[in-house]
Design a protein around this ligand. Structure first.
Ligand SMILES: C[S@@+](CC[C@H](N)C(=O)[O-])C[C@H]1O[C@@H](n2cnc3c(N)ncnc32)[C@H](O)[C@@H]1O
Length: 272
């Protein structure tokens, strides 16, 4: 037997052998950064570090897994899709011995009662855009508010800018594949949008419509109004700082007014 084993060469990714959930995590999520932002911002506002997290629309529970890396923290992930929760358990949680004492997964609608109370509640990657009417959105916000601790904070993100109202596709190269964000339909009367994520591979193969999002494109003023109607006493927009070239720095700060941009992502943080 040879002394050194040859490491199996990683097969190039193709539409046939790739796993769409893995590609999603690699192209869309940066949970280390997100968990850091949530904890830092909470501590800045409240003066103490947050311990408990409620992650709505948790999908593969990657953020829950990242959150509990720090001692004393717990996370509850909520998603109504049994398949994605089973996938997340296998891929992200079982290796850290969870679900167990630190991570709880709930297979249910995010508007149903969630046991316990939380320091930080999040709905990220615009997932709450699935609620297309004001009533449905308000009922979700009320549900999130009900399980917050007195000093809890509710974080949502959103995208906007004048390009968000335009059908267009944007391609980004990631290691071993390309990610395509396809704003396929934008209806100016209903405010409904249909977006797809496609993946493309070096061999020319394509995983078309790997994910489909039928959303309402909510704007910041609408969200602030609905958050107020849902009983939040204060909601603050966190806007991204720009460098000298107008590029985003990844640093978000409270702002009450801003200049319009082609495309932006920002956060709204709400208090009970
Ligand atoms: C875009 S993924 C979000 C994944 C991950 N949390 C992220 O930030 O990228 C949206 C998830 O929301 C779930 N979902 C959609 N509507 C829901 C609802 N009303 N209640 C619970 N889960 C829902 C879907 O099953 C899906 O896993």
């Amino acid at each position: 037997m040879p002394k050194t084993k040859k490491r199996a060469k990683k097969k190039p990714l193709t539409a046939r052998n790739a796993d769409r959930h893995v590609l999603y995590e690699e192209s869309v999520q940066d949970v280390e950064h997100e968990a850091g932002f949530l904890a830092r911002t909470y501590e800045k506002i409240r003066g103490t570090p947050p311990l408990s997290l409620r992650e709505d629309f948790c999908g593969s529970a990657l953020l829950c897994a990242e959150w509990v890396k720090k001692r004393g923290r717990t996370a509850t992930g909520v998603d109504f899709d049994a398949e994605v929760l089973a996938y997340g358990t296998k891929r992200n949680l079982s290796k850290i011995g969870e679900p167990g004492d630190r991570v709880t997964l709930l297979q249910q609608d995010v508007r149903a009662k969630v046991p316990g109370t939380f320091d930080v509640t999040v709905a990220l990657n615009f997932s709450y855009f699935v609620f297309k009417t004001r009533e449905d959105l308000r009922s979700y916000f009320e549900s999130a508010r009900r399980s917050m601790k007195k000093d809890g904070l509710f974080f949502i993100d959103l995208y906007g800018g004048y390009e968000s109202f335009k059908p267009m596709a944007e391609r980004r190269r990631i290691k071993g594949f390309s990610y395509v964000w396809d704003q396929s339909i934008v209806d100016p009367i209903t405010g409904f949008v249909t977006n797809y994520i496609h993946f493309e591979f070096p061999d020319g193969s394509r995983m078309a419509k790997a994910f489909t999002y039928e959303w309402r494109l909510w704007t910041i003023p609408e969200l602030l109004e609905v958050l107020k109607e849902a009983g939040f006493s204060k909601s603050t927009v966190y806007w991204e700082d720009a460098d000298a070239n107008g590029e985003g720095t990844g640093r978000f700060r409270p702002k009450t007014s801003a200049e319009q941009e082609a495309a932006f992502v920002s956060y709204i943080i709400s208090e009970q």
